[in-house]
Design a protein around this ligand. Sequence first.
Ligand code: WAQ
Ligand code: MG
Length: 285
Amino acid sequence: MKGVPLEDSSLTTSNIEEMGIMFSIRMHASRKIKSEKSKIKKTLNSKLSTLNSIHISGAEGIYEEADIQKVCGEYIKRALTHSRGMPDEIHITIEKIKGKPSRIPLLAVKTLKCSSADEAGKIITKRLSEMGIPEKAINDAFKVLKSRNVMRGASLMLAESGRRVEPDKNRGIRVSRMGIEKTAGRQLAQKLSKMRINSTTVNEALILASKVAAHPDIIAEVCISDDLDYTTGYIASNKFGYLRIPNIKRRGEMCGGRVFLIKENSDINRVIQYLEKMPVIIRMV
Ligand code: WAQ
Ligand code: MG
């Protein structure tokens, strides 16, 4: 990979054996809110200052050195053109990955038929109980997903007791350091185009869900978007793949979230370390 001119970077990427040093690139754009309340909070405790800014846009992936400039350009454009408005801070982190990222498969994608939030609830309940998750834990998962207090990350929930074990219940667990190999990315875009669902939302959700499902302690994930108008969610697991559920929420409903149901006896810290810190890249099938 080293010494290949930038314009020729694509030539080296189809052969995975030549995958050299990789970089995790992450973007986060936010805007400060100027309410009196937030000013007071800020003077009280500067650590709270993150609570005073609103999230505009975020994105991340794992890339080769030759693509860093291009990817950063795309991320900056995304941050500056988001429908949530103009950010006043854009953070880009470029971090060299030590060693080789783990290569994992992509989950198979399927869109289920579902015409209402009630029906979605039944579909999810059925799938989860078939996997041995008791009713109480399922209800606890729905409580998180339907709450108006939207978390930045996901809830980590023990699948038998329904106990929430994420250390910070407001923030949740943030899945990070995942990406897709270039060739696999192109294949995926083609596949999703044929299904008429080739959007960044679907691409990114599928990559995140594939990382989550690849951990042996994670039984299933349920996701509802926090966007008011994005009404398709999903349930995912290594067992049945990524099942898209239309009308999982009503248009305009103020909720959203992710719940990862994990084995009761999981090594919680290791699961968190994997989800937040371990570099994982989706490989070609
Ligand atoms: N790690 C963990 N949880 C996250 C992350 C992350 N990196 N990003 C978001 N969340 C949580 C957080 O609680 C959000 O409120 C919630 O997930 C939803 O996030 O096939 O758009 O970015 O059509 O709104 C899924 C369906 C779309 C895609 C998911 O999620 C499809 C979506 P959003
Ligand atoms: Mg959202």
